[in-house]
Ligand binder design. Structure first.
Ligand code: FAD
Ligand code: DLZ
Ligand code: SF4
Length: 507
């Protein structure tokens, strides 16, 4: 009377709902590496190595804790290439009488799981993913009837729900949000933290070899692969972050420095999203450090907000908006994604830094994603679908439920302001304020016109001008339009001409 429990590649948690309260002796956990998942987008090679190696290590961990695991490798000649095909083979092999699975993390895979009840002659139970704070119903109840959805208000609900950084019914420190303190530019110094590098073990080296030989056309390098691939190592990186980077996480959250890909960020998103780390337990650790006065409130609050605020909010938006969200293109942007997004070969130093480290590490931090690569695509008018496919491919932490709302909603404003209140469009001045990139660039950030002018400047004003009918009424855009109105007609024409010339060269 075997129960078959498929565990997907982003379900690498011992406390997964499908595993809860099951008699290990009567169950077989099924884990499968399948073409369908390794190729629905051209994943970065280090992302593939991370996911497949973490899956293999997790299977070992499950076995060590008493589970029977049926594991199918990508290079198994009998591998059918799909979740459903592999489930069918496993049902045959095991004679299972029931299938139990935790809900999938994206619409594409949800459709497959929903189909299993018709496809198989045995009962299929799909359980909610309890690793998130807010259930689908909870988010829907919160969202229904609101004129506008805003992360800040959802976040306050999550603070009440979890009790994190609460002082009774009030927020700790008398404020919900300390973001105003979290916008300091950083200076390079010798005490800067570095994330741990985990040298690949034999199992990871085997996966690297397989990925290098099978995914020859994919983007990204694996030479510097140093992600943790086990829960124990992910916990080590978590502790390392809490000790060394968290105290200044808030201050330098938005900063960027040449040759410094990680700064004071946690580099924990791949582990949280694939299930190796528990997001709520991590937030409780952060709060404990604050209570022991080891980290300031702006750091603790800033970090906790990213997880119980942004992370939960974007997931809510993903499921609430439905599978058609991916097609939204409010600003009707059509340009093809420039080819340098795949190589990093561009004179724009900020772009070559953000893309270069992405190719090298499958990682860039939030402000690089939002205000460098995202901002450029937005103001250049790149088709949001292509932008989305790039982000989904290149980051080790990228799964559609979290990547799509961040890219399409937050970064490209393609949902017309459903997720966020304004487009994150900026000229070179912002990048110059928050980084040291401009000092090392062949363009001059202070110039708007001419061959040496920073491309972000003219593109920014061109974006404002071409989207004026959609954006002028937005109260958060009042200031930039006031500045645009102050310019002479001659200035406006020159700026738009400069942008046009640049975009023609880009095409
Ligand atoms: P830290 O800066 O240390 O932040 C701590 C944690 O907070 C992260 O590990 C993450 O779990 C969470 N977090 C922070 N910001 C967000 C956010 N906006 N949405 C959800 N969680 C957040 N994050 C992903 O996990 N996967 C993605 O595919 C992804 N795509 C993005 C695409 C774009 C265009 C943008 C602008 C952001 C994207 N993000 C994505 C959000 C954010 O950039 C990453 O979570 C963060 O950079 C991960 O690095 P870190 O672990 O060092 O984060
Ligand atoms: C992202 C990914 C990749 C690259 N490969 C696999 C795989 O071979 N097997 C697997 O179970 N999961 C993989 N994943 C993660 C899945 O895409 C992820 O679990 C689903 O998207 C969840 O909806
Ligand atoms: Fe980027 Fe412009 Fe600064 Fe160069 S000058 S780094 S292109 S913002």
């Amino acid at each position: 009377m075997t129960i078959l429990i498929p565990v997907l590649g982003d379900q690498l948690s011992h406390d997964l709902s499908a595993l809860a309260e099951q008699d290990k002796a009567g169950c077989i956990v099924l884990m499968v590496e399948v073409d369908e998942e390794t190729s629905y987008v051209g994943h970065h090679r280090a992302k593939l190595v991370y996911i497949l190696s973490a899956m293999r290590h997790h299977a070992e961990d499950l076995r060590a804790s008493g589970w029977q695991v049926d594991y199918v490798r990508l290079d198994d000649p009998a591998n059918s290439g799909s979740f459903t095909g592999e489930l069918a083979r496993a049902v045959e092999r095991s004679g299972a009488v029931e299938i139990r699975v935790t809900e999938a993390g994206e619409w594409r895979v949800k459709a497959m799981l929903d189909n299993w009840a018709d496809r198989f002659a045995i009962p299929v139970t799909i359980l909610p993913d309890t690793r998130f704070l807010a259930s689908h119903a909870e988010f829907e109840n919160w969202a229904l009837g609101r004129r506008q959805l805003r992360m800040e208000y959802f976040y306050r609900e999550m603070r009440h729900k979890t009790g994190l950084l609460m002082d009774g019914d009030k927020p700790e420190g008398g404020q919900w949000n300390f973001d105003a303190e979290n916008r300091k530019p950083a200076k390079r110094d010798l005490t800067m933290p570095k994330p741990l590098h985990f040298a690949p073990d034999g199992m990871t080296r085997e996966v690297i070899e397989m990925v290098e030989s099978r995914f020859t056309d994919n983007v990204g390098r694996t030479e510097k692969f140093g992600f943790a691939v086990t829960r124990a190592d992910a916990l080590e990186q978590q502790a390392h972050f809490l000790d060394h980077a968290l105290p200044q996480f808030g201050d330098y959250q938005d900063a960027m420095l040449t040759g410094e890909p990680f700064l004071w960020h946690s580099i924990l998103s791949p582990y949280i999203n694939s299930g190796l780390l528990d997001p709520l337990a991590l937030c409780r650790e952060v709060e404990a450090r604050y209570r022991k006065r080891k980290v300031p409130l702006n750091a603790a609050e800033g970090f906790i907000r990213q997880i119980i605020g942004w992370r939960e909010y974007v997931r809510g938006i993903y499921w609430w908006t439905g599978p058609d969200y991916v097609r939204r293109n409010e600003l009707k942007a059509k340009r093809n994604l420039p080819s340098f997004y795949w190589t990093g070969e561009t004179d724009m130093h900020c772009m070559s830094q953000a893309i270069g480290q992405t190719i090298e590490y499958a990682y860039a931090h939030h402000i690089q994603r939002l205000m460098i690569t995202g901002n450029f695509a937005l103001i250049a008018g790149v088709d949001p679908r292509q932008v989305h496919e790039w982000y989904l491919a290149v980051y080790a932490d990228a799964y559609e439920w979290v990547e799509l709302p961040n890219t399409l909603g937050m970064s490209q404003f393609a949902d017309g302001g459903l997720l966020g209140s304004k487009p994150y469009a900026a000229s070179g001045a912002y990048i110059n304020r928050m980084s040291d990139y401009c000092g090392k660039c062949r363009f001059d950030v202070k110039q708007r016109l001419g061959p040496d002018a920073c491309p972000f400047n003219a593109l920014y004003w061109d974006f404002m001008a071409r989207n004026e009918p959609k954006l002028r009424a937005n109260p958060r855009m009042a200031m930039p339009y006031k500045n645009w109105d102050r310019m002479t007609e001659g200035d406006k024409i020159a700026l738009r001409g400069q942008a046009r010339q640049f975009l023609e060269r880009l095409d």
